[in-house]
Design a protein around this ligand. Structure first.
Ligand SMILES: NC(=O)c1ccc[n+]([C@@H]2O[C@H](COP(=O)([O-])OP(=O)(O)OC[C@H]3O[C@@H](n4cnc5c(N)ncnc54)[C@H](OP(=O)(O)O)[C@@H]3O)[C@@H](O)[C@H]2O)c1
Length: 245
């Protein structure tokens, strides 16, 4: 897909990986719909506009089905199409399983998995009519191999993998691709909260011996949108942490 003047929705794009994804798509000449729950810094909109992108911000919670509908419909109204949907919004609520509060399990699943379903549900309607589009869902290597203290997060991210593969099969006939990215440890606010000891242990499990950059993930999102013959895949960006057979 040539991304020039295409409409790209990036959920959770106020910071971290989502922000980098927005920047990489702006570099390709796309129009960017930004989202987060809290207001988005003016400086990010200025950065994207300096790259030639038109921007539009729609604040709200992706775990809310009605908000997801508004997000997709408003993006289409403003820019005329929905060509790329990057489901990036995500949270962690870590705790050992035996102490995990029921609401923290629900929260991770509602934002990470149901939020992804919500936007796909509404965007697929538009994309099916267009007979084109691409969806990229942010999973995690934790969804593939599990992690101590992250049963809720791992379950939600594993769910994203099943959702991705099912959506890829359902939407392929109309030329719509659906893929997932599974980052390992990437330097963002989400991983900043880890203690030095945890970071050291994490690096010990990474063959490339460092955390990844947000750009490493963002460039893959652009690649998966441009390529029209990759669908239903989960691509790890993890410095070799999890090597699939
Ligand atoms: N960093 C890593 O090492 C890593 C590894 C594997 C997977 N991932 C995944 O990559 C994605 C981005 O991670 P990150 O590290 O960039 O996280 P981050 O720095 O914490 O940013 C998360 C973004 O999502 C938004 N967000 C959170 N909940 C939301 C909701 N309910 N509705 C709408 N927006 C919401 C946040 O904005 P507001 O706070 O304003 O809502 C923010 O823009 C997540 O799905 C995460 O699970 C990250």
């Amino acid at each position: 897909m040539n991304l020039k003047d295409k409409t790209v929705i990036v959920t959770g794009s106020s910071r971290g990986i989502g922000k980098a994804v927005a920047v990489e798509f702006a570099k390709k000449g796309a129009n960017i719909v930004l989202n987060g729950r809290k207001p988005i810094a003016e400086s990010l909109m200025e950065e994207l506009e300096a790259l030639g992108a038109k921007t539009h911000t729609i604040l709200g919670d992706v775990s809310d089905f009605d908000f997801a509908q508004k997000l997709i419909e408003e993006a289409k109204e403003v820019f005329g199409s929905v060509d790329v949907l990057v489901n990036n919004a995500g949270i962690t609520k870590d705790m050992l399983l035996m102490r995990m509060a029921e609401e923290d399990f629900d929260l991770a699943v509602n934002v990470n998995l149901k939020g992804t379903f919500n936007t796909i549900r509404h965007a697929s309607k538009v994309m099916l009519k267009q007979k084109s589009g691409t969806i990229i869902n942010m999973s995690s290597v934790v969804g593939l191999v599990g992690n101590v203290g992250q049963a809720n997060y791992a379950a939600s991210k594993a769910g994203v993998v099943g959702l991705t593969k099912s959506a890829a099969r359902e939407l392929a006939a109309r030329g719509i691709t659906v893929n997932a990215i599974a980052p390992g440890f990437i330097e963002t606010e989400m991983t900043e909260v880890l203690s030095d000891k945890m970071k050291e242990q994490a690096v010990g499990q990474i063959p490339l011996k460092r955390f990844g950059n947000v750009e490493d993930v963002a460039r893959l999102a652009v690649f998966l949108s441009e390529n029209r013959y990759i669908t239903g895949q989960v691509v790890n960006v993890d410095g070799g942490m999890v090597m699939n057979g």
